[in-house]
Design a protein around this ligand. Structure first.
Ligand code: HEC
Length: 119
C-alpha cells in the first residue's frame, strides 16, 4: 500500500516530471527546427545546448544572453524546460529566442528526453 500512495503523491506534486517519460528518438526529430539556431558543443544564434538539462539559465560561457533570461533565475529542470518549450515568451517575457513553442506536451517530453542525452 505504501508505494502506490507515494506514487500518487509524487504525481500530484510534480505533474510534469511524473509524465516526462519522453522518447529520445522521437525527440531528435522534434529538435529539427531548433537546429536553425542551436548546436551541441558550440554557440550559434542560440546558446550551446550540451548539458542544458539541469543547467542554470543564461550560464553558457561566451554567449550573449538577453537581460530577460539572465534575470530569470531559472534552472532548466524538466518542468521549466517544458514551460519554456511550450511558450518561450510566456515563460520569459523579453527573451530573444524567436520560437513560437510546441503545443503538444508529448512532443516536448520527447524533446527533453533527447536533450538529456546530450551531456
Ligand atoms: C530562431 C532561433 C531559435 C530557435 C528556432 C530556437 N532557439 Fe532556443 N534560443 C535561441 C536564443 C537566441 C536563445 C537565447 C535567449 C535569450 O538570451 O533570451 C535561446 C535559448 C534557449 C535555451 C536556454 C539555454 C540557456 O543556456 O539558458 C534553451 C533550453 C533553448 N533555447 C532550447 C531550444 C529548443 C529545444 C528549440 C527547438 C524547439 C529552440 N531552442 C529553438 C534561439 C532559438
Amino acid at each position: 500500500m505504501r508505494y502506490p500512495m507515494l506514487g500518487l503523491l509524487v504525481a500530484l506534486t510534480f505533474p510534469v516530471a511524473a509524465h516526462a517519460e519522453g522518447d529520445a528518438a522521437a525527440g531528435e526529430k522534434a529538435f529539427a527546427p531548433c537546429k536553425a539556431c542551436h548546436a551541441f558543443g558550440k554557440n550559434g544564434v542560440g546558446p550551446n545546448l550540451t548539458g542544458v538539462v539541469g543547467r542554470k539559465a543564461a550560464s553558457e560561457e561566451g554567449y550573449h544572453y538577453s537581460d530577460a533570461l539572465k534575470a530569470s533565475g531559472i534552472t532548466w529542470d524538466e518542468a521549466n524546460l517544458h514551460a519554456w518549450l511550450k511558450n518561450p515568451k510566456a515563460k520569459v517575457p523579453g527573451t530573444k529566442m524567436i520560437f513560437a513553442g510546441y503545443p503538444d506536451d508529448k512532443k516536448i517530453d520527447d524533446l527533453i528526453a533527447y536533450l538529456a542525452t546530450k551531456k
